[in-house]
Design a protein around this ligand. Structure first.
Ligand code: S3P
Length: 433
């Protein structure tokens, strides 16, 4: 799919599931592969990012059957059972796959190279090279950008590390390397980031998860195969939360959505803006909290987004910007420099895209101001960024006209079936090849 034409939609209604959580899916495949025995994963995200992780472990000798209808069976090879891949491992568009795998591969007895698409090859890897090198790893990347070469070393050493930026990818990369290190690995974070790795390592090692700062992993852990059911991805649900909020008369239920507190700040931010979102039937599955979310349309007001919520809503800012554009008054987002290091520079791409649709937005180094208004028709270049593409498709549905979103192919990295799911709720979305 190269473009989407998103046009004025009337009320949205219905009840849907969204695909499995991308972060949880990557981790389930990785830990399943290095566990002892079989793991069965259900509701795995079959998006291109996760499929790249699956392919990488197959290339390192791990037998898997699936994924098929979200089910994947992994014959885990144990911590030291991976084998040297015959060629560079292509992580596609996925920063999570590359950074987490780099940590996991740093402690292997064979060399490996990680590469990716044009967007991934522009993303910063220094943030993992620095701590992994302190652990004794041998990693190389020209100018700090992929491809990333990893050479074997005799033994990694546990470290104590203060995360210099709020990044779960960096934290997880170090924790995975810590499984192979001598002694204890400890990480301190000044802002808590998504904790799926910590929860899942606890599950695979048969311990109950405890929140910690510093976060610790000790050498000598043995991971055993697990059954994991992946919750629905709140980052994918967010597009429909905003679409249903902005399209008058809507009522939509999103079933089985992960609401891990380190991921759910999008709900808090939308609630501060006045949204009507109900959390129903809270439950727990495979160590992660989930629920059904019922959203009804509501006029929103602009807010100053509390800085303390930014890290835990970091992937939702493209669509939160659309919510802000449809709100009364000004929304100010600050403390969000990390948005510049995603699949695109999401501060500049969002501000420019809003401008194309007649919305006043001002770019700052660490965020943006968005002045609520009416979307007019226009064209958006998503720059190959899946979340930019889906966010502006939502804008088109809430406009009085039509928005053409170009370069939508990468929606398949995180949300295969986005257009069909949106249409089933009444969103006016048409794919153009
Ligand atoms: C992710 C962490 C975040 C997030 C990304 C997924 C993860 O990245 O933006 O989509 O699964 O650990 P950073 O660690 O760069 O913040």
């Amino acid at each position: 799919m190269s473009s989407i034409i998103a046009s004025e939609s009337s009320r949205l209604e219905g009840s849907i599931r969204v695909p499995g959580d991308k972060s949880v899916s990557h981790r389930a495949v990785m830990l399943g592969a290095i566990a002892v025995g079989e793991s069965k994963i259900h509701r795995l995200l079959e998006g291109e990012d996760v499929l790249a992780t699956v392919a990488a472990f197959r290339a390192m000798g791990v037998e898997m059957s699936g994924p098929c209808d979200g089910s994947l069976e992994i014959q885990g090879v144990g911590l030291n059972g991976l084998t040297k891949p015959a060629s560079p491992l292509d992580m596609g568009n996925s920063g999570t796959a590359m950074r987490l795998l780099a940590g996991l591969l740093a402690g292997q007895a064979f060399p490996a190279t990680l590469t990716g698409d044009i967007s991934l090859r522009q993303r910063p890897m220094e943030r993992i090279i620095t701590p992994l090198s302190r652990m004794g790893a041998d990693l190389g990347a020209t100018g700090g950008k992929p491809p990333l070469t990893i050479n074997p070393v005799s033994r990694l050493q546990g470290i104590s590390y203060q995360l210099p930026m709020a990044s779960a990818q960096v934290k997880s990369s170090i924790l995975l390397a810590g499984l192979y290190a001598k002694g204890r690995t400890q990480i301190r974070e000044s802002t808590p980031t998504r904790d799926h790795t910590e929860r899942m390592i606890a599950g695979f090692t048969g311990r109950s998860w405890e929140q910690g700062n510093p976060i610790r992993v000790d050498s000598g852990l043995i991971l055993r195969g697990q059954k994991i059911t992946v919750p629905g991805d709140i980052s994918s649900a967010a597009f429909f939360l905003v679409a249903a909020t902005l399209c008058p008369g809507s009522e939509v239920t999103l079933c089985g959505i992960g609401i891990n507190p380190t991921r759910a700040a999008v709900l808090e931010i939308l609630n501060l803006m006045g949204a009507n979102i109900e959390i129903c039937d809270q439950r727990q599955e495979s160590g992660e909290p989930l629920c059904d979310l019922r959203v009804r349309s509501q006029r929103l007001k602009g807010i100053d987004v509390p800085r303390g919520l930014v890290a835990n809503a970091i992937d939702e800012f493209p669509v939160l910007a659309i919510a802000a554009a449809g709100a009364d008054g000004t929304t100010r987002i600050r403390g969000a420099t990390e948005l510049r290091f995603k699949e695109s520079d999401r501060i500049s791409v969002v501000v420019q895209g809003l401008g194309n649709l007649g919305i006043n937005a001002i770019e700052y180094e660490d965020g943006m101001d968005i002045i609520g208004g009416e979307f007019r028709s226009g064209t958006i270049d998503s720059r190959g960024d899946h979340r930019i593409a889906m966010a502006f498709a939502v804008a088109g549905c809430c406009s009085g006209g039509s928005v053409v979103v170009d370069d939508c192919r990468n929606i398949a990295t995180s949300f295969p079936g986005f257009v069909e799911t949106g249409c089933s709720l009444g969103m006016n979305l048409v794919e153009k090849l």
